[in-house]
Design a protein around this ligand. Sequence first.
Ligand SMILES: Nc1ncnc2c1ncn2[C@@H]1O[C@H](COP(=O)(O)OP(=O)(O)O)[C@@H](O)[C@H]1O
Ligand SMILES: [Mg+2]
Length: 119
Amino acid sequence: MQITAGMIVEKLDQSVIVEAGAGSGKTKSLVTRMLALIAAGRSTVDHMAAVTFTRKAAAELKGRFQIDLEEAVRKEKNEEKIGRYLSALERMEFLFTGTTHSFLCEAPEGEAHRGEARS
Ligand SMILES: Nc1ncnc2c1ncn2[C@@H]1O[C@H](COP(=O)(O)OP(=O)(O)O)[C@@H](O)[C@H]1O
Ligand SMILES: [Mg+2]
């Protein structure tokens, strides 16, 4: 199936694997998909995990998501969606963005992972 950029945002029921070069808009697409999940009431920030390769990229991703949420609050007319965006902004600290390593260590199951690493 041909995957288009629009499908990344619209096909919220399907998992999507995207391979694309640097600067092609992968982070933009991921952030827009996260925003669409919030807008649709399909997810909340405390149920999301955005995993990247570097801490710098993880911090950038969270920053861009926050900026896009703030912009969405300003532009959105639908009160219900505005409420979901505001709730996401209030609960930003519960959004996991991090590296694969921090994900394994910080996720609830990470306790077992850490234990194994030490023994
Ligand atoms: N659909 C888009 N519309 C406008 N700007 C975009 C779009 N996609 C990406 N950009 C911009 O292009 C640049 C690279 O996008 P980014 O998502 O960081 O790429 P990647 O993660 O694939 O390296 C960023 O400045 C981003 O804001
Ligand atoms: Mg990127």
